[in-house]
Write a protein that binds this ligand. Structure first.
Ligand code: AMP
Length: 509
């Protein structure tokens, strides 16, 4: 089924309902939203975009992000959402790897991208070429997209330093939606879904849930996450629902405390994407009450592994913080969602009993088709039908899963994954850097921050500021180290492999 069908359905059922908002202002109702997407779809088809073609979106949250996605799906093409915070060189890699024929971007990136990714047509969404794409011709009929066709190619950073393209299908998306309604929240027509986190990721995937019930889609005027702006929107729009990384929740709670705001106008905050500390969720519930639900997912099984329901939060609050069972559950990531099976596997792939720590694996219709043009990586990730997440955890007798560590070295800062290898490779291109190894350091605000352990070339000098400026020419701003540790050599084992564990000890000295 074509994912654009839900917009068409909403436009038929509720044409006059306000659909797209910029801040508290209505931009388009459902009929208008569908018509704008249809007009762009007609223009895209006329300009030669065919079913199966990849079209990249590389710009920050705005209402036209949703319009562009819907237009691309309508004609059977594939959306490649690129995190707007990535460096142009990183975006160019994704365009090249995915074979994108077209990329919508903004004026900030358009110039550089055009020279870095000559194969793709680059269109500035604020320029005349974008406006000219909207056609007067009738909207093309929905392309007959199949359940296992590619609709969303999601690039996730890999341990090898190069991002991999996760292939998502309508079947994956439908499973995510069904699981959301079953395990997370019963979304309703009166809801106002706020795109506070990047639309290229989980927040964008959740558009479907609110299209199905004909709710309001709110893009904050700032285009990003601003706690005061969200609290103001709650007062104006009511029934706000949004996905937020734990860092955002912490910031929002701090801002609410400062204003004496108790969560009025907020209906549901779904948190996930990185570890939430028990103290922080308790703090959040003391301020906002029972407005929370948690999901644990990853790009390869989008938003769908486990969930800690709103009811589980309510039970924990009612039981009191001294109740051990409920506290343990509140510190967990909840139970397997309805759309998938979750297992904890031992080193020989055997299923481990309750209480034992192993690698978390997922099976079912939420799991991706594989990695785009990377059968080797797909074979490593999906073995005997189970997606190996790289996360370590243990399940209790009742099925509540607690995450322990990650088998991968990924650093999660502000809910965004940063793979050390990417940062290490950027540092190593500086002539003064002989060796570099990157680790995460626990941080009360960001969850973790990037720390670089650097060994300089003999006789060379370089200050943190210089390496910082160098990183800015190579990788996204948010990935660069927040701190540097200067070493004479990196600790290594007998095989010469850098001992990250030892570095994690050093980074805090
Ligand atoms: P991504 O593929 O970018 O969505 O990142 C997925 C990774 O984020 C997972 O493999 C986990 O390591 C982490 N993650 C996602 N949700 C949670 C959660 N609720 N608690 C802790 N870590 C999480």
């Amino acid at each position: 089924m074509n994912p654009a069908r839900w917009l068409e359905r909403a436009a038929l059922l509720w044409p006059k309902r306000p659909a797209l908002f910029r801040g508290a202002e209505v931009v388009l109702d459902y009929a208008g939203f569908n018509a704008r997407a249809g007009s762009l779809a007609a223009g895209l088809a006329a300009s030669g975009i065919k079913p199966g073609d990849r079209v990249a979106l590389y710009f920050a949250n705005r209402t036209d992000y949703l319009v562009a996605m819907q237009a691309v799906w309508r004609i059977g093409a594939v959306v490649v959402p690129v995190n707007a915070k990535l460096h142009e060189k990183e975006a160019a890699y994704i365009l090249g790897h995915s074979g994108a024929v077209l990329c919508f971007t903004d004026a900030d990136h358009a110039g550089d991208l055009a020279s870095l990714a000559p194969e793709a047509r680059i269109i500035d969404i604020d320029g005349p070429a974008f406006a000219a794409l909207f056609s007067d011709k009738p909207a093309p009929a929905l392309h007959p997209t199949g359940q296992n066709d590619l609709v969303w190619l999601f690039y996730t950073s890999g341990t090898t330093g190069r991002p991999k393209g996760v292939m998502l299908t309508p079947a994956n998306v439908q499973t995510m939606i069904m699981s959301y309604f079953a395990d997370v929240d019963a979304a309703e027509a009166g809801d106002a879904k706020v795109y506070a986190a990047p639309m290229s990721h989980g927040a964008g995937l959740y558009q479907f849930i609110y299209l199905i019930c004909g709710a309001r889609h709110i893009v904050p005027a700032s285009g990003g996450f601003d706690s005061d702006e969200i609290l103001d929107l709650a007062g104006k729009l009511d029934n706000l629902c949004f996905f937020a990384a734990p860092t955002m929740v912490r910031r929002l709670v701090a801002a609410a405390k400062a204003r004496g705001h108790r969560g009025e106008g907020i209906r549901t905050i779904v948190y996930g994407g990185g570890p939430m500390y028990l103290a922080d969720i308790r703090d959040g519930m003391e301020q906002f009450g029972t407005r929370f639900a948690q999901i644990y997912g990853q790009g390869e099984t989008p938003m769908t592994i486990t969930a800690l329901t709103r009811a589980a939060h309510v039970e924990a609050l009612e039981a009191g913080w001294d109740d051990e069972t409920h506290s343990r559950r509140l510190a967990s990531v909840g139970v397997a969602q309805a759309g998938c099976e979750v297992a904890v596997l031992g080193p020989d792939e055997q299923h481990l009993p309750a209480g034992e720590i192993g690698e978390i694996a997922v099976r079912g219709p939420s799991v991706m088709e594989g990695y785009w043009n990377d059968p080797a990586a797909t074979t490593v990730a999906i073995r005997e039908g189970w997606l190996h997440t790289g996360d370590m955890g243990a399940m209790d007798e009742a099925g509540f899963l607690t995450l322990h560590d990650r088998s991968k070295d990924v650093i999660i800062s502000g809910g965004t994954n940063i793979y050390p290898r990417e940062v290490e490779e950027a540092l190593l291109t500086h002539p003064a850097v002989a060796q570099a190894s990157v680790v995460g350091r626990p941080d009360p605000e960001w969850g973790e921050v990037v720390v670089a352990c650097v060994v300089l070339e003999h006789g060379a000098t370089a200050e943190a500021a210089e390496l910082d400026a160098h990183c800015l020419t190579q990788i996204a701003r948010f990935k660069r180290p927040k701190d540097y540790v200067w070493l004479d050599d990196l600790p290594k084992n007998a095989y010469g492999k850098v001992l990250k564990k030892e570095l994690r000890r050093i980074r805090t000295l």
